[in-house]
Design a protein around this ligand. Structure first.
Ligand code: ADP
Ligand code: MG
Length: 313
């Protein structure tokens, strides 16, 4: 089966192909004979009920420094495609939300992966709150009294932005830390929205596990161990990817959230688990495909395309 695929992504010249999950998906699509058209989010247009973008034919190669060739741009109706991959990276801001409104117009006649309305409704650190029994104690607020009460109860806490990514502004505050008041002030001027206050999980030193689910089923996992001098496990912050298996508890987590992901059309999802506690459900533009494969794990990109092709049949 040959599909007409468009990918909405950030500028392809800037990606690091060794770690980029979008690139892994594109390589697999091309291998299967699907035609790929490329556009960046700023090329989207809604006119009279139809969504257009100036798309360029794209060829990819797994060669650093020579990873793509683009053809001439052509204004195209997005409904001309069988599939649109929504792979725009955060920030999850109003520009992102507007993208999801535009793409919602074409889905599901054109299959958008992940479902744009569901992406809009499931910001990673908010959606996860539907499963509090799987999470560490967590509070979302900007109210000082609420945070003080939470801190009195849990002692060692983490404060982090609700729409942060890649470990940005993640702080640990031990019980005695005198910087709490100042950090509160800093957060309240920096962020207009509520933020996340969470019990600190000391076992983070052994890693934060990224588990990939494809159409609600476990597909692959990679553990990310933080550098000795950092709290954050994110690979962009120096975290090291390590081969891993799932524990019984992690299998339970997958079984528990899988049906909800499938129902919502969240076909490619990455969840984060620290010490058996679920902390994030990444749906906007999850990563991890290449890290899993580099460690000898399964070919998650192939699994994703199997599912997309099955849905288009
Ligand atoms: N409750 C916590 N306890 C211990 N470490 C945490 C906690 N929350 C976050 N971290 C550390 O900070 C990193 C980034 O936090 P995360 O919630 O995953 O946000 P981001 O979206 O920025 O990745 C995690 O990978 C982990 O290393
Ligand atoms: Mg994370």
């Amino acid at each position: 089966m040959n599909l007409n695929v468009a990918v909405q992504m950030d500028p392809i010249e800037r990606i690091n192909i060794r770690g980029d999950s979008t690139f892994a998906l594109l390589l697999e699509a091309q291998k299967r004979g699907h035609a790929i058209a490329y556009y960046t989010p700023d090329r989207l247009a809604l006119q009279g009920g139809e969504v257009f973008a100036a798309v360029q034919p794209l060829k990819v190669r797994d060669e650093v420094g020579n990873h793509f060739t683009l053809g001439e741009p052509r204004r195209t109706r997005l409904t001309d495609f069988d599939v649109v991959l929504l792979r725009q990276d955060p920030p999850f801001d109003l520009a992102y939300i507007t993208s999801t409104h535009l793409l919602e117009r074409i889905h599901p006649a054109t299959l958008v992966v992940n479902d744009p309305a569901q992406v809009r409704n499931a910001p990673e650190k908010m959606f996860v709150m539907e499963f509090p029994e799987l999470m560490p104690p967590t509070l979302i607020t900007r109210d000082l009294a609420e945070i003080k009460a939470f801190r009195a109860e849990h002692g060692d806490i983490v404060m982090k932005p609700l729409y942060g990514k890649g470990g940005e502004a993640v702080f640990r505050l031990a019980r005695e830390d005198l910087n709490f008041g100042s950090l509160y002030d800093l957060f309240s001027v920096t962020f207009r929205e509520q933020w996340v206050v969470q019990k600190f999980l000391p076992a983070v030193k052994d890693g934060d596990k990224r588990i990939i689910l494809v159409d609600g089923e476990f597909a692959g996992a990679v553990n990310r161990v933080p550098a000795a001098d950092d709290l954050r496990s994110n690979m962009v912050r120096g975290g090291t990817p390590k081969e891993t298996d799932l524990t019984a508890r992690e299998r339970d987590i997958c079984a528990r959230i899988g049906p909800s992901l499938r129902e919502r059309g969240l076909l490619f999802v990455g969840i984060d688990v620290i010490d058996g506690y679920l902390t994030e459900i990444n749906v906007t533009s999850p990563t991890g495909i290449r890290a899993v494969q580099n460690l000898g794990g399964p070919d998650v990109a192939a699994m994703i395309w199997d599912r997309i092709e099955a849905k288009r049949r």
